[in-house]
Structure formats: C-alpha cells, structure tokens
Ligand binder design. Structure first.
Ligand code: GLY
Ligand code: MN
Ligand code: MN
Length: 439
C-alpha cells in the first residue's frame, strides 16, 4: 500500500496552482545526520518533501516552477555511485528521478546551486522554508543577491521569500482516500500492538520489555515507531514525555503506554492506561472512568462544523465534573471550568492534527478564531488526569495515578471515524483481555 504516482503529480499541480504562475517553490530534503564516526541516524524523509515527490533518499531538492517551458518539476538528487551503492544501497540517480518519480528534468544535487539563478529569474516570489538548513539558506540568499546585482542587465529577482506552510500545510491537513487508507493501517497495527502489550504485561516486567512488545508488532508489519514510545508504570505515567522506559512494573500500579506506528510516512498515536496485574483498584477505576467519559464526550464532539476547541471544551467539562465528584475540586463546575481549576491535573491540550507528522501541520486558528472541523481532517483526542505523589490537595489513595486515553479521529460528513478503536478501552474490556492472558 502506498500513495500512487498520479497522486503525487496531482499534489504538485495543486501546490503550483496555489502559489501562482509568478512564483517558484523550492523544497529540500536534508542530508543524513552522523550519529557517531561513520554511523548515521536512520534517515527519515522530510514530510513536505515526501508529500510532494514520494522520493525518500537524503540530500535532494525539488523545484516546482509553474509554466516553465522545459518542465515544471525538477528533481536534484544524489548521483548513482557503484561503490557507495555496494555499501549503502541503491540510488535512483537523476535518470531514476525522471523515470520513477516523474521529474521533467533532473540532475545531481550539486548542480542545484548552478541552476538556481535561472530558476529564480523573472519570478515574483520564491516559496522556500528558511531556517531548516543553513547551507541551503545561504545558496538561496546568494543566488538572490547575484540576480539583484544584475538588475541593470535586465535580470529580475523574486521580491519575496514566502513560507511553504500556508499553501502546502493546508493541503496536508486534508487527507485523501489514499492517505486515509495508510492511516487506517497504521491505526490498525498500532491498536494490535497495544493489545499485545496488555496481553504480555506481568508484574515485575520492565517498562522496556513492554515497549519491545509494541515494537515487535510494529516491525513485523514493516512499520516503525512514529515517535519514541512512552511506557510509564506508576508515577512515571505522570511524566508526560517519559521515554526512559527503564523501571520495573509493580503489582498494583497502572501503566500508561503512548505509542504509535508510522506506516509509509503516516503516523498513528494511541494512548492506553491499564493495570499491571490486570485488575483496576477502586481509586484507579474511579479516575479511569472520569477520563474515559471525557474522552468519549470529546470524540462525540468531533463533528464537522464544530470548532477545533469543541472536543477540548467537552473534555474539560467532564474532567472537572469528575474532579469534583472525586473530591479534588470544590465548587460550581462551570466556574471551575472558567477558572481552569483542572489545570494542576490536566495540563495539556486535548489533541492535535495527525498525519505524516505525529503533531501534524496545519493552522489551528484562522484570523484569530479556532477553525471549524471539516471532513478530511484527522486529529487525536487524548484527555488525561495526573496525580503526582506528594500533592497535598489529593487524597493519598490517588497518588501516582496517571491516566490518558488517546484515539485517532478522522472527521467525516457523518461524524467521527475512530481509526484506533480496535484496542480495548472500557474497564471491563481491558480486564477481560488481561484475564484471558492468564488462562
Ligand atoms: N504521542 C505524543 C502525543 O500524544 O502528543
Ligand atoms: Mn500520544
Ligand atoms: Mn497525541
């Protein structure tokens, strides 16, 4: 399963239509990053570049030049290299860029800097993400400066450097059928990974052993993690970005897992919280039910026409009611919500856009107002409650309980489609699945 080459071509056409015929867009893929000596970090293609080209090799540059006579799509990439290909694997090379990736023109990456003045000349704007790569920034600025010096000879340089974010990230926010199919698959495998972790969990196991269960499931489907997995037992669940995953899981504690797979460049992002020994204690269950009710209310608010904050408002209302009923807050729910009294226990947002990046691109507000949800958008819904040990406002029975529940929601004309609902989240479902493992 992958994005068809006609879809990449359609994306390039749409971007060119958005920037207009007086503009040129330059989208660069960074080089590899050294980890140590001659070892590199595994290369992850830059999402914007991959979205427009499907090309996954490092150190490349795509140029989209609307109306250019010799072709609108140029791709500069690493040359073929018989010696390097023995060590590192095949390269498409400039011929492959045309034959496999639909470039009208191609050359080696080093030729980009020489081609740049001709590509910029006569354009009014250049769309380019400044600040991502100092060397590419310098090439662009020098080419612009050179063109300006030739103004007396009739050369004209773009007057503006524009961010690609506005035209391109708007496109990425709305998922096509092809993208949705990949995200459903990422969601399905990630859900299976969470269920596998629930089945594997035993008191005394280490957090990293549970992480290994997740990663086994991702990797046996040819996927890898979309972000470093979080496996936090007991009080570690209250550390929002806990990735150390090095502690023993204790009988009687909860464990929070926030993990998702990346499939062909598209992320899933799931959180589940469950008892290490398979049975919720009374206080754990009480907190869990509050978070679950908040999560369900927030998912139900994922309706087209609702604004982006509607799910968050639904979640904080439920969480605040729960905090009152658990005795952690006192007062009128509406006043407590207004005063954000829940914040010591719920200090993050209720979600984010999801797509090629786990915290995906796309504006949350338009002209200062929360934007409306529309079919095609995909976001996470992930309320939680966190009670750190030592909080004098909280009964000790609740100390070190951290609960978050997160699903991936696609907005359709008929309401929310949950891409990750294959992993249990009701208390009884979780306990039944974990009871089975003992059989
Ligand atoms: N896994 C990161 C997040 O939930 O935002
Ligand atoms: Mn998450
Ligand atoms: Mn998330």
């Amino acid at each position: 399963m992958s994005i068809a080459s006609v879809e990449y071509a359609a994306r390039r056409r749409e971007l060119m239509a958005r920037i207009g015929r007086q503009a040129v867009a330059i989208i660069a893929a960074p080089g590899e990053v050294t980890r140590n000596n001659d070892v590199h970090y595994p290369y992850r293609p830059a999402s914007d570049f991959r979205y427009l080209t499907g090309f996954c090799e490092p150190d490349a540059v795509a140029v989209l030049a609307p109306g250019r006579e010799d072709g609108e799509f140029l791709l500069f990439c690493r040359p073929r290299d018989a010696e390097r290909e023995i060590w590192d694997g095949l390269r498409a090379g400039p011929d492959g860029a045309r034959e496999q990736y639909g470039a009208n023109e191609s050359d080696v990456t080093d030729a980009f800097v020489r081609a740049l003045p001709e590509l910029l000349a006569g354009r009014e704007q250049v769309y380019f993400d400044l600040g991502a790569d100092a060397a590419r920034d310098k090439q662009l600025l020098e080419a612009l400066g050179g063109l300006r010096q030739q103004a007396r000879r009739g050369a004209s340089a773009p007057a503006a450097i524009c961010s690609l974010a506005e035209p391109l990230h708007h496109m990425r926010l709305f998922k096509s059928d092809g993208e949705l199919a990949l995200m459903r698959e990422a969601g399905r495998v990630s859900a299976a990974a969470h269920a596998r972790a629930m089945r594997a969990c035993r008191p005394g196991m280490n957090e990293f052993a549970l992480a290994a269960e997740l990663h086994h499931e991702f990797e046996r489907h040819g996927m890898s993690w979309a972000y470093p997995s979080i496996v936090g037992g007991g009080g570690n669940a209250c550390i929002l970005h806990y990735i150390e995953n090095a502690a023993a899981l204790r009988d009687g504690d909860l464990v929070l897992i926030d993990a998702g797979a990346e499939h062909a460049g598209y992320a899933a992002d799931i959180t589940r919280t469950f008892p290490v020994n398979g049975e919720f204690s009374g206080p754990q269950r009480a907190v869990y039910e509050v978070v679950l009710a908040a999560q369900q209310a927030a998912v139900a608010a994922c309706q087209p026409g609702n604004d982006y904050q509607a799910p968050h408002r639904a979640a904080v209302k439920q969480l605040t009611e729960g905090l009152v009923s658990l005795g952690m807050l006192r007062g009128e729910v509406s006043e407590l919500v207004e005063a954000e009294a829940y914040r010591p226990f719920y200090m993050h947002g209720t979600g984010h856009w999801l797509g090629m990046d786990v915290h995906d691109v796309g504006d949350y507000k338009i002209d200062g107002e929360w934007r409306l949800l529309e079919p095609g958008m995909t976001l996470t819904i992930e309320p939680g409650l966190y009670f750190r040990a030592g909080n004098a406002d909280v009964d000790e029975r609740y100390w070190d309980i951290g609960v978050r529940i997160e699903d991936d929601i696609h907005i359709t004309a008929d309401g929310p489609e949950n891409l990750t609902d294959a992993v249990p989240k009701a208390v009884d479902e979780i306990q039944a699945l974990m009871a089975d493992r003992r059989a």
